[in-house]
Every structure is written in structure tokens, then in C-alpha cells.
Design a protein around this ligand. Structure first.
Ligand code: UDP
Ligand code: MG
Length: 234
């Protein structure tokens, strides 16, 4: 591996013991042509997640181990801070995102000059109780900001290191990485990606997330002068 990897893949994990092995195998398979580091941030899992990461560690993997559960945003923040790659990928650790989408997203950044490419889960494999509030939240985001993307909550993103390292990631701001990048002046592109049902483990969020999303959105709109021209083309 060269001194600095091209890609840093940052994956927050909380109780994903049965997903880790398959995820590492899939990343190794799909990214064998790239230099990358794979940063797992274990958000104080209470199952065997940490042991499984350690037992499958290889020269690509880095483990950041939290000593209490700090949440997905803090886990992403810690991973992004550690990341040394020129480009940073964020994704979930539950096998719902597919590493096979990463090369084409990276290609859009390297060849078309976007600062962030965010996935659009066009065949989203979640329950109605998850997808419906998400559609409403995305509609409100589109109406209240110039960010015209359809899937702000999609975890799979590829961005330049600079774009990632500028993002605020306290509280639950992982849901607003695209909006905050947009506010910071990033050029953002949305692209359709695969989405798989969760087979192992459970979702860590319920309906209450909808209210947090609306509260966080109001705070962001109140505190920032939003760019007037859409930075997003799809
Ligand atoms: N996650 C985390 N800390 C938390 C909650 C979730 O690190 O407190 C991780 C989780 O293990 C997964 C990702 O964040 O890798 C997204 O969580 P989840 O799949 O439960 O969210 P959903 O897809 O249901 O929105
Ligand atoms: Mg998930």
C-alpha cells in the first residue's frame, strides 16, 4: 500500500456482528484495484462486533473503538478525522449499501469535478414506516433549501477529503452531510445506487428520527445563509 491511500472508507458500526465479515469480503472484492484504508468505528457495541473486526483485520483495516455509545455522527466524525485518503467514502456497516457502487461514484468525482457524490436509493429496501417519513423529510428539505437531491439520508457518499473534513458532525448531523456540504460551497451530485434489505441485526432508529430531522433542519436553516443557486444537478 502506498504511503497515503487513495480512498478512506469510514464505517460506523454498532452491534453489527454478523455483517462485518461479509462487508470486509465485499469491499476487498470490489476495491482490489484501488489503494484504500478501511476505518471501522465501533460505537461501543455490546455484541461481538469489535472481536469480529479484530479477527478479520488485515493491512487495510483500522479500528477506532469508542468507550461508550456516542452515536453515528460522532463515529463518522472520528473516522473522518483519522482518514488519510484523498477521497473519503462513508457507508453503513449493515450490508444495505453495496461497495460495488463506489468505483462509479469515485469516477464522477475524479473525472467530472464533483466535491461530493451521494447515493440515491431508488429501490429502497426498507419498510413503509421508514421510507414514507424519509420521503416527506426529503420533500421538505428540497422545498426549504436549494439542495435538490432526493435522498439526503443516504449513508453511501464519496467526497473529497477537504469536503468531508469541513463537515460539522455533532448530534445527529450525519443526516445533513449533503446540506452542510452544500452550505460550505461543495458541488454535489446524486447518483442511483443499489440498496439491500437488512438481513442481520436491527435498525438503530425508529419513527422519532423524523422529528429530529425536522428540528435539525430548522436549526440549520435558521443559522445559515443558504446558497441561492442550486449546486446540485442530477
Ligand atoms: N450506528 C452507530 N451508532 C449508533 C447507531 C447506528 O454506529 O448509535 C451505525 C449502524 O451500526 C450502521 C449505521 O450506523 O452501520 C446506520 O445505522 P442503521 O442501519 O441502524 O440505520 P438505518 O439504515 O436503519 O437508517
Ligand atoms: Mg441500515
Amino acid at each position: 500500500m502506498p504511503l497515503l491511500p487513495l480512498l478512506s472508507i469510514v464505517i460506523p458500526v454498532y452491534n453489527e456482528e454478523h455483517n462485518i465479515k461479509l462487508l470486509i469480503a465485499s469491499i476487498e472484492d470490489q476495491l482490489s484495484n484501488y489503494s484504500y484504508e478501511l476505518i471501522f468505528v465501533d460505537d461501543f457495541s455490546t455484541d461481538a462486533t469489535r472481536d469480529v473486526i479484530q479477527s478479520h483485520s488485515n493491512p487495510h483495516t483500522i479500528l477506532i473503538a469508542f468507550e461508550h455509545n456516542k452515536g453515528q455522527s460522532s463515529a463518522l466524525a472520528a473516522g473522518i478525522k483519522t482518514a488519510r485518503g484523498r477521497y473519503i467514502v462513508t457507508m453503513d456497516g449493515d450490508l444495505q449499501n453495496d461497495p460495488s457502487d463506489i468505483p462509479k461514484m469515485l469516477d464522477l468525482i475524479q473525472n467530472d469535478g464533483w466535491d461530493m457524490v451521494i447515493g440515491f436509493r431508488q429501490n429502497r429496501q426498507d419498510t413503509f414506516l421508514k421510507t414514507m417519513p424519509s420521503k416527506i423529510a426529503n420533500f421538505i428539505i428540497r422545498k426549504t433549501t436549494q439542495l435538490q437531491i432526493r435522498d439526503s439520508g443516504c449513508a453511501l457518499k464519496v467526497m473529497t477529503s477537504k469536503t468531508a473534513k469541513q463537515l460539522p458532525l455533532h448530534g445527529e448531523l450525519h443526516r445533513f452531510m449533503a446540506l452542510n456540504a452544500h452550505i460550505n460551497g461543495a458541488r454535489i451530485k446524486e447518483t442511483p445506487i443499489l440498496h439491500h434489505p437488512r438481513i442481520h441485526g436491527v435498525s438503530k432508529y425508529g419513527l422519532e428520527r423524523t422529528f429530529k430531522v425536522l428540528k435539525d433542519l430548522s436549526i440549520i436553516i435558521y443559522n445559515h445563509k443558504l446558497p441561492q443557486s442550486p449546486s446540485v444537478r442530477t
